[in-house]
Design a protein around this ligand. Structure first.
Ligand code: JFZ
Length: 445
């Protein structure tokens, strides 16, 4: 009897928890209260940085493509970003309204931004000799920003990893993946024990040497070191980054350079660049403030987070125009942040004209464009509006019949990027089921 009971417990522990893979026992998976807390943050800063910024080409991907391998691999000998100031970087994130920060401790070129005892190819052997990961971890603590680490599982520089150039097909038979995974685990142990990251952002899991079993091993290993650490969905062997689900390892989905789909069940985070390139590129085209704010609102409207990437310069500074753009986003959030942070997305799929977020009995309608005098929302049966007003502004006239709400828009929208209308409802807006709709049936009259 006892053994049947133990077998039952064993079986239950392998049942997938909601929206998670079925590869890790639920007893060690990141629990939903930690993930809910992560999703409440909504907006974070991604930082891609390393010696390659001396050339202004893409991190990792330009090695052996735009920059000869020998040149690339020796750039660290000239990397001396004397104007780096961790407090200033974190302050830029703080002033942008960002709540967490993720630094590329190790990208595909294999260079480590922290003093590691595992590989000599690290910042202490550059002329700069400053622990960049450590300095950022400390500054994040000071400014109450959650500190997170990007770490790739492919390393074109390490002889034990079988592929040595971007998109390389040849497998190096002298490489040894078991040794490579051991190196990774040692490096990750340094990162977890020295810097206590809130989240680990894995990457590089699409190449053939990477196997699901390595991902399972590393997830389990990390959870032993820190049961609370959050792990993204690029640790298993697959490239279904925008998805979670059976067979996909990790705590949350990571759509890249595009806004994720509305999803009330699976946590997700879009990563997107403020310019085009992940790492700094001189005169790279910068997104307009309109695109930045509407991207954030559409991501929140889809119930996701936005990890917005900047690429600091080789001297250690963040470009002035990027700092200005980030501050402008922060200024908008200072006024309208209540409609972003700690909200849920939905119940409508965001579109080019509006997105909605919700918290308690409030439904926030982010209006991007004034296509006509009225904005008509798809029908929500049983829902009644008690009051409608512009967030930080005047009341809005509205009509409602059979669940269809028609909002009378002001002659001129108060904010050219995103004007937020608050609808106070007769019920908790968070309980409204997702309203199915085709892309443009938002009934604009
Ligand atoms: C990856 C990285 O390669 C990129 O440098 C950056 O760090 C980003 C956040 O993540 O992006 C990808 C992922 C997959 C492919 C290309 C870029 N791919 O499969 O070609």
């Amino acid at each position: 009897m006892k053994s049947i009971f133990s077998l039952f417990i064993l079986l239950i522990s392998f049942l997938p928890s909601k929206s998670q893979d079925n590869l890790i026992p639920s007893s060690i998976k990141t629990n939903s209260s930690i993930l809910n807390d992560f999703m409440d943050q909504r907006f974070g800063m991604f930082i891609h940085w390393g010696p390659v910024t001396l050339r202004g080409t893409e991190i990792g991907w330009s090695r052996g493509v735009n920059v000869p391998i020998d040149d690339y691999d020796n750039l660290y000998k000239e990397f001396n970003p004397t104007l780096f100031n961790a407090d200033q970087w974190v302050k830029v994130a703080k002033d942008a309204g960002m709540k967490y920060l993720t630094i590329t401790a190790k990208h595909h070129d294999g260079f480590l931004l922290w003093p590691s005892s595992i590989s000599d190819y690290n910042i202490m052997n550059s002329p700069y000799k400053v622990d960049i990961v450590g300095a950022l971890a400390t500054a994040c603590k000071k400014y109450d920003i959650k500190f997170c680490i990007y770490f790739t599982v492919l390393d074109w520089h390490d002889p034990n990893y079988p592929i040595h150039i971007p998109d390389g097909k040849n497998i190096d038979s002298k490489a040894d993946m078991n040794k490579f995974v051991l190196t990774m685990k040692r490096e990750l142990k340094e990162l977890i024990t020295n810097y206590h990251p809130y989240m680990l952002w894995f990457d590089g899991n699409w190449e053939s040497p990477w196997k699901n079993e390595y991902g399972i091993d590393i997830y389990t290993y990390l959870k032993k070191l820190d049961p609370n650490v959050i792990i993204n969905n690029r640790i298993g062997a697959n490239s279904e980054h925008p998805k979670l689900g059976p067979g996909i390892l990790g705590d949350y989905a990571t759509p890249e350079q595009k806004i994720g789909e509305l999803n009330m069940n699976d946590p997700w985070e879009t990563c997107m660049t403020i310019c085009q390139q992940w790492a700094w590129k001189p005169n790279d085209s910068l997104k307009t403030l309109k695109v930045c704010i509407q991207t954030l609102a559409k991501v929140a409207g889809g119930n996701g987070n936005l990890l917005f990437n900047i690429g600091p310069m080789p001297d250690g500074r963040i470009e002035k125009r990027q700092v200005t753009r980030l501050k402008e986003i922060g200024d908008w959030l200072n006024l309208y942040g209540e409609s972003i942070y700690r909200t849920k997305g939905g119940p409508f799929q965001p579109n080019e004209i509006y997105a909605t977020t919700r918290r308690g009995n409030k439904l926030y309608v982010h209006v991007f464009e004034r296509k006509s005098d009225q904005l008509v929302l798809p029908a929500m049966p049983e829902i009644r509006v008690k009051k409608a007003f512009l967030l930080r502004g005047a009341n809005i006239d509205y009509k409602q019949s059979k669940g269809v709400i028609t909002l009378q828009l002001p002659r001129q929208l108060p904010d050219q990027n995103d004007s937020v209308i608050v609808l106070e409802l007769n019920t908790n807006a968070e309980n409204i089921p997702v309203v199915s709709q085709t892309k443009y049936n938002s009934l604009i009259i």
